[in-house]
Ligand binder design. Structure first.
Ligand SMILES: C[S@@+](CC[C@H](N)C(=O)[O-])C[C@H]1O[C@@H](n2cnc3c(N)ncnc32)[C@H](O)[C@@H]1O
Length: 247
């Protein structure tokens, strides 16, 4: 499937379902049943810093940084409805964000060598052009600027739970695009290997400072009659985070 068709399918999903995702995948949460920014403190002190959120959704992660005294809040998202929601939410909270309604696959007048932090909470994996997206993100950052992103762990996609066993159902190596139904609407994604992310970061001029694969403490200590997701989360990470620095 060509990249333009993938973007159209996914934009349609996000425009139709934006309200259902209002504030769902946003900082301090990095992923479901996963360690949070409250514990990890990957951003450190953002006071006075310029922030760019890739796939900013409803704007809740930008608000998190605004509440921690970040100087500038920028976001890009290809969903018109998400950008409308984010604009309304952040304005009501007293912020004046700069929000851009465009795919992360294009340059859209975002300033170069400008940001202290570029980050993305559960949005990077939607890109149809990983290397180009990482190259652009590197270009937006100042030297030594930080890029942090979280996404679904590729093992989570490959493994299913059957009773008390985890079964490998899909090949970890398969990075082909697939279409599935979510909320009665098509989405198209691919499941990239961890090495694909790491190698693309290196090529874009980043050095990796930290990678996090850690289920939250509550899940790890849970016992008794667990749902399938908890059973899985106790055995493998459902999400991962990479923190990288632009050289
Ligand atoms: C799970 S949501 C992330 C929500 C966000 N972290 C928040 O705080 O609300 C994923 C977002 O990525 C956006 N998205 C998907 N594909 C995109 C693309 N190619 N370019 C830009 N945004 C994209 C969607 O519109 C959606 O808002």
């Amino acid at each position: 499937m060509d990249n333009k068709s993938v973007l159209n399918i996914n934009k349609n999903y996000w425009d139709r379902n934006a309200d259902e995702w209002f504030g769902v995948t946003s900082l301090p949460t990095y992923g479901v049943q996963f360690v949070t920014e409250d514990e990890l403190k990957l951003f450190g002190d953002v006071a006075g810093k310029k922030m760019l959120d890739i796939g900013c959704g409803s704007g809740h992660s930008l608000k998190y940084h605004g509440d921690n005294n970040a100087a500038e809040l920028w976001g890009i998202d290809m969903s018109t409805k998400q950008i409308e929601n984010a604009n309304k939410y952040l304005t009501e909270c007293g912020y004046t964000p700069k929000l851009i309604n465009a795919p992360m696959e294009v340059e859209y007048g975002i300033p170069k060598e400008y940001f202290d932090f570029v980050y993305s909470i559960y949005a990077i994996g939607w890109t149809t052009d990983l290397q180009g997206t990482f190259n652009r993100i590197a270009s937006y950052l100042k030297k030594d600027g930080i890029f942090i992103f979280s996404w679904k762990h590729p093992l989570h996609h490959c493994v299913v739970v059957e009773e008390d066993k985890l079964i490998f159902e899909k090949a970890y190596f398969d990075e082909n695009w697939f279409t599935q139904l979510l909320d009665d609407c098509d989405i198209t994604l691919c499941n990239r290997k961890i090495s694909t992310y790491i190698n693309a970061l290196g090529k874009a001029g980043f050095v990796i400072e930290q990678m996090v694969e850690e289920t939250d403490k509550a899940t790890m200590s849970s016992t008794g009659n667990l749902d399938n997701r908890s059973k899985k989360a106790k055995m493998l990470p459902l999400s991962f985070i990479i923190k990288a620095r632009k050289l």
